[in-house]
Design a protein around this ligand. Structure first.
Ligand code: FCB
Length: 783
């Protein structure tokens, strides 16, 4: 076997599922399913009427096998009882068409479309559903068993149980941890009972398909051999049990994992697990279908509440990691596949495996000469290389079925996800091959990977096609103004023709606008509330005026940070406005958001210098102005009360103060405080005690200055006669103190407007630089 070749008789194919492609949801006596109730998917790919054309596409690809799913409500509209012959007719025609094209049909009996009538009686949370499933399986086999010899009972029972009945993200949208565990058991029982029926009816191969998502820590994503601290080992094991061992162990070993049962008992009791169930569930099967897309990344985090999709996961954080991701936001980690297959081969050495799903959602750019989906090709190729390594190591994998043939209805995400080898125009139902379709056809033809990989068009390719320099291309791509319109047009034409995707940011601008902007609010520091309120108000009106929607997101917990980053990675928004930057140095939200590549603007200069544009006030200029004012009023012994020095604004205000003092040949007297009035008073007392001749205090915020006013009064110092006090920010309270406070105004409306305009320029691709809003000295009675 050459380096890139696969074993002889290796099965190459693609997978689809009924609800995601068929449409025709009321045709020929089909009953409603839980997904019809959950969302209105309409015609999907209209495969019900176009199956012959779609089999033609399969033939063009040269696949040996096609995995489709049978819609339970099409065959048994009420879930139990009467069988609808017309529903079976459709699958019979499909199977005959496939066989006629020389393609082996693999039928999945349950790919998530439970008849609504059964959900009305309790769905998967009740035991009877499993029995009805076995009856339905028998009915399908009775019709197709002479032509279909590979049967998959259930696809990804974890998803049905825990997303359908736990987190409620999927149909039927219920969120009960107890029902999630009961559903998981009943789905396993359904598998076991159906296996019995299929075997009795003479099926030659029966399998179960599980979603595999190797559980690892963020560190392990970079280094799979990394040793873990005990708490992370425990976190990984706990999630692994929930996703994988909960299903593998009963099916392949006839028992639930011992560490799972106490959790099930606490959550749902154990009454739903009957004597004899495990014997049914563990009937011998012929293969396990492996659906692999991405790892699950977790780490121990004691304060973390349980994720509803993982009952019992309290104390575990689900992390996003700084790796390449698909448009779905799923990390691309092909090396996790050999890891998984090695583990399965080690723990269940007798089990035959097949990759039943693997593929990727990427944004496709339709150009004049095709759809050059290089990202998708790279994804599949890297996974096939990894698979090839596993097979060489001895993993018993008999085939690879790619997800998916067509762009289709991606469950709760709808039609925006693009997993297909064929692009589908949902308005016309026209199918168009992407480059990945041609590429996969060649892989199948040579039963292996080619030596040369398709290359993503680069800046050089675009430059060569447009006849300009690389620098010019990048100037055009970054929206810089100083490029003539002919050159710009030539470059943009080359970009279009080659399907060049410069980077994620430009991609979201060029190809997929959501017209939504995320406005991410972290907890404002004391005194910052007015600014936050102004920003919300101005940004909303300016951007809504420009036809954008605003999604307000609050960044207050690690979990909320994770969601926000995921939201950005999944490109659910065109851009992000973040305010204000957190004072916490360990908080990496800003960096993580910037790394997503989405256009981002910040309120407040970030701690780490970058090219990301921000709006800030002239902190050092304002501090210098108030210091000059104190000096020119004859003050000679000036103290400064600084807020936290890790705040960039504090540092800049201190710098301005110091610069002005140095010009006057004087040195600063520094006291530090946190941001409360109380701390301001304490710092003022300290300054007064240490420097008996002190005649002025500049506090870097009004809150601190108000505290200083109080301390001066308590110390019997007269303001401003003995002691001048000035603040910064001009909060409302500054004009109401006695005496009223001299301060530096940082105009909230100007900052808010600047932020909104900056973002608009970014979105329009114009060159942007950070904006420093001037401050204004407001002299009142305290100086
Ligand atoms: C799998 C499902 C399949 C599709 C892919 C992207 O979990 O089985 O229907 O949604 O994910």
């Amino acid at each position: 076997m050459s380096r890139a070749a696969f074993p002889e008789n290796f099965v190459w194919g693609v997978s689809t599922s009924a609800y995601q492609i068929e449409g025709a949801n009321v045709a020929d006596g089909r009953g409603p399913s839980i997904w019809d109730t959950f969302l209105d998917s309409q015609t999907a790919c209209d495969h019900y009427h176009r199956y012959a054309e779609d089999v033609g596409l399969l033939k063009d690809l040269g696949v040996t096998a096609y995995r489709f799913s049978v819609s339970w409500p099409r065959v048994v509209p009420g879930g139990s009882g009467r069988v609808n012959a017309a529903g079976l007719d459709f699958y019979e025609q499909l199977v005959d068409e496939l066989l006629g094209a020389g393609i082996t049909p693999y039928a999945t009996l349950y790919h998530w479309d439970l008849p609504q009538a059964l959900e009305d009686k309790g769905g998967w949370a009740v035991r009877d559903t499993a029995g009805h499933f076995a009856d339905y399986a028998r009915a399908v086999h009775d019709r197709l068993g002479d032509r279909v010899d590979t049967w998959f009972t259930v696809n990804e029972p974890w998803v049905s149980a825990f997303l359908g009945y736990g987190s409620g993200i999927h149909a039927p949208g219920r969120s009960s941890p107890a029902d999630a565990f009961r559903s998981a058991h009943h789905l396993l029982l359904a598998h076991g009972l159906a296996t019995g029926e299929l075997r009795a009816a003479g099926a030659s191969k029966v399998g179960l398909i599980l979603n595999f998502s190797p559980v690892m820590t963020p560190g392990q994503v970079g280094d799979l051999s990394m040793e873990l601290p005990e708490e992370d080992t425990e976190a990984v094991a706990r999630i692994d049990t929930l996703i994988h061992r909960q299903f593998l162990e009963p099916v392949l070993r006839g028992a639930y994992p011992a560490d799972l049962l106490p959790l099930v008992e606490r959550t749902a009791g154990l009454d739903h697990i009957h004597e004899g169930d495990l014997a049914d569930i563990s009937r011998p099967i012929d293969l396990i279908g492996v659906n692999y897309y991405a790892p699950t990344v977790v780490q121990a985090q004691p304060s973390q509440p349980a994720d509803p999709a993982y009952p019992g996961s309290a104390g575990i954080l689900f992390c996003t990691v700084p790796t390449a991701v698909t448009a779905m936001g799923w990390p691309i980690v092909p090396n996790a596949l050999p890891l998984l297959l090695r583990r399965l081969s080690r723990e269940y050495p007798d089990t035959q495996l097949m990759i039943t799903e693997n593929g990727a959602d990427f944004v496709d750019v339709i150009t004049g000469d095709g759809i050059h989906d290089v990202d998708r090709i790279n994804f599949i190729e890297e996974h096939l290389r990894a698979l090839r390594v596993s097979i060489e190591e001895g993993a018993r994998v008999s085939g690879y079925l790619l997800w998916s043939l067509l762009d289709c209805m991606e469950w709760a995400d709808g039609y925006q996800r693009k997993f297909g080898l064929y692009h589908v125009d949902f308005a016309t139902q026209r199918r168009r091959p992407k480059d990945s379709a041609y590429w996969y056809r060649d892989v199948i033809k040579r039963n292996g990977l080619g030596e040369s990989r398709p290359k993503r068009p680069t800046l050089e390719t675009v430059a060569a096609r447009a006849g300009v320099s690389r620098a010019t291309v990048s100037r055009v791509v970054n929206g810089e103004a100083a490029v003539s319109s002919e050159v710009r047009t030539a470059v943009m034409r080359a970009v279009q023709e080659l399907g060049y995707v410069p980077n994620a940011a430009a991609r979201s601008l060029v190809t997929r606008r959501t017209d939504s902007i995320a406005l991410v609010l972290s907890v404002p520091r004391p005194g910052g509330e007015a600014l936050t309120a102004a920003v919300v108000q101005y940004v909303t009106s300016v951007l809504e005026g420009a036809g954008k929607r605003i999604t307000l997101m609050v960044a207050d917990t690690a979990e909320s940070h994770r969601r926000i980053v995921q939201h950005a990675e999944a490109r659910l928004v065109d851009a992000v406005i973040l305010l204000p930057p957190s004072t916490d140095r360990t908080d990496t939200l800003t960096e993580r958001l910037i790394r997503t590549g989405l256009p981002t603007v910040l309120l407040g200069k970030p701690a780490i210098a970058s090219l990301v544009p921000y709006v800030d006030v002239d902190n050092s200029g304002g501090a210098a102005a108030v210091t000059d004012h104190l000096l020119s009023a004859g003050r000679r012994h000036l103290g400064i009360i600084c807020g936290p020095l890790d705040l960039v604004a504090t540092q800049d205000r201190l710098t301005g103060h110091r610069t002005a003092l140095e010009r006057a040949g004087r040195h600063p007297l520094i006291a530090t405080a946190n941001l409360t009035m109380h701390a301001g008073a304490a710092a003022a007392r300290q300054l007064l005690a240490d420097n008996p001749r002190l005649d002025a205090i500049f506090a870097t915020t009004d809150h601190l200055a108000i505290g200083a006013l109080r301390a001066a009064r308590e110390a019997g110092r007269r303001v401003p006669d003995d002691l001048a006090i000035a603040g910064f920010d001009d909060i409302d309270a500054a004009s109401c103190t006695t005496p009223s406070l001299t301060t530096v105004q940082a105009p909230v409306a100007d900052q808010a407007m600047a932020l909104a305009r900056l973002l608009l320029s970014r979105l329009e691709g114009r060159h942007t630089t950070s904006v420093i809003v001037p401050t204004r000295l407001v002299v009142r009675e305290s100086t």
